[in-house]
Design a protein around this ligand. Structure first.
Ligand SMILES: Cc1cc2nc3c(=O)[nH]c(=O)nc-3n(C[C@H](O)[C@H](O)[C@H](O)COP(=O)(O)OP(=O)(O)OC[C@H]3O[C@@H](n4cnc5c(N)ncnc54)[C@H](O)[C@@H]3O)c2cc1C
Length: 379
């Protein structure tokens, strides 16, 4: 289908997925599974990529406290994760290290623990009682996590939570997508999308050259780039960057049994300690004051960390909508154009690869996607 010279002629693909981060790859993989010819058009390594910096949590507890539909789709994704991990292992041989035996959220004061309990109870009510969690006091926490320190007031345990190696996840999806005949083109930035009577022409610009693609459907998965791209096809995706800073320790023997919202031990033995939430624009620098706060909270949770050497720090930008919830929408003005953007691309990875890709393939879904329409931010 592709013409021979990408710089002189219009190339074709049935579906163009714009943005090759974890969101784009998951959608692209699901679309190839459904039999579509898919091209992923990705900017370049200089782009800001949330997918290269994240905490690796497949996290459910507390997600969607003000939007039950978000709680529901996060849980649905968590339930689909095991089969996605198995399928990636079968097809690529890559074990993405998924563990879903539960996750803890540590609270350092009784007040914090009470507030969290109240929030989870409300979520349970909103879910008609079907929302599992437990509230643990310090003694119960230490039975699960012997390294938890005396300053911990308690924790909530979410049995549906887990974690994964996000970089292996990204790599495995890329390999499987390419194996299934998908194409990834480092096309430079997509600068224009023109809706036609039938389909779209996508223009990308790289090193002074334009590259054009004709496609029947276009899916915007460009993370922070979606803000500029969405209006080209009558969509609205007012996403903004939000910086998260993370500390990484030296490799240690297994010390921690469960991931928490702030600290987790990877299969390789490093401990990831996170993370901050700062609206500072397009800046990924780490700052010592913020890192000190993160480290201080973490060593109260696990005093053993006082003796651990930190080997690096990093910052990465979250892709945040004003209310923090995803946008899933097909353009009404230009049907066939979709936007998919969220700040929990790992957790929602299995949903994207499965039911979200199916929605784009078949133009219908059982998912409550009305709640995630980008027009909610208009006015
Ligand atoms: C500190 C931190 C911790 C996190 N922890 C977790 C976690 O534990 N669990 C979880 O689920 N999520 C977590 N996340 C969020 C997760 O990383 C993001 O949801 C996810 O990476 C977003 O993926 P994306 O593909 O939408 O965006 P990106 O990874 O940013 O990918 C977008 C892609 O689009 C391309 N692009 C952009 N503009 C254009 C354009 N105009 N033309 C062509 N290509 C373009 C870029 O090159 C890039 O490759 C975390 C994020 C941060 C920052």
């Amino acid at each position: 289908m592709q013409s021979s010279n990408p710089n002189t002629a219009t190339n074709t693909a049935e579906v163009a997925v714009i943005g090759g981060g974890i969101v784009g790859l998951a959608i692209a993989l699901g679309l190839t599974r459904n039999g579509h010819q898919v091209v992923v058009l990705d900017e370049s390594d200089i782009a800001l990529r949330a997918s290269q910096g994240n905490f690796g949590l497949v996290w459910v507890q507390g997600k969607g406290d003000t939007l039950p539909e978000y709680a529901a789709i996060s849980r649905q994704s968590a339930r689909l994760w095991r089969s996605l991990a198995d399928q990636l292992l079968d097809s690529t041989g890559i074990d993405i290290q998924l563990q879903q035996k539960g996750g803890l959220f540590f609270c350092l004061t009784e007040q914090e623990l009470n507030n969290r309990q109240q929030m989870l109870q409300q979520m349970q009510q909103a879910a008609g009682g079907d929302y599992p969690f437990q509230v643990l006091d310090l003694k119960q926490v230490q039975e699960l996590e012997p390294e938890a320190g005396p300053e911990v007031a308690g924790a909530t345990l979410g049995p549906e939570d887990g974690h994964v190696n996000p970089l292996l996840f990204y790599r495995a999806m890329t390999e499987q997508f390419l194996q299934s005949g998908g194409r990834i083109v480092h096309s430079g930035k997509t600068t224009d999308i023109k809706p036609l009577n039938q389909g779209f022409t996508v223009t990308c610009h790289d090193k002074g050259l334009d590259q054009k693609w004709h496609c029947d459907k276009v899916v915007l998965t460009a993370g922070l780039g979606n803000k500029e791209l969405a209006p080209m096809v009558g969509l609205h995706a007012p996403v903004e960057p939000n910086l998260g800073q993370v500390l990484i320790s030296e490799r240690l023997k297994p010390l921690l049994n469960y991931p928490t919202g702030h600290v987790r031990q990877t299969n390789e033995g490093t401990i990831q300690i996170g993370d901050s939430k700062e609206d500072v624009g397009f800046i990924t620098d780490t700052r010592i004051e913020v890192l000190a706060q993160i480290a201080n909270r973490a060593r109260k949770m696990y005093p053993v960390l006082n003796k651990v050497r930190l080997v690096r720090t990093w910052g990465a930008l979250r892709v945040m909508t004003p209310d923090g919830y995803p946008i899933y929408q097909e353009s009404t003005r230009h049907p066939g154009a979709y936007v998919v953007t969220c700040h929990s691309g790992v957790t929602l990875g299995a949903l994207h690869q499965g039911p979200i890709a199916d929605w784009i393939s078949h133009n219908k879904t059982e998912l409550p996607l009305e709640a995630f329409n980008g027009q909610r931010f208009n006015g």
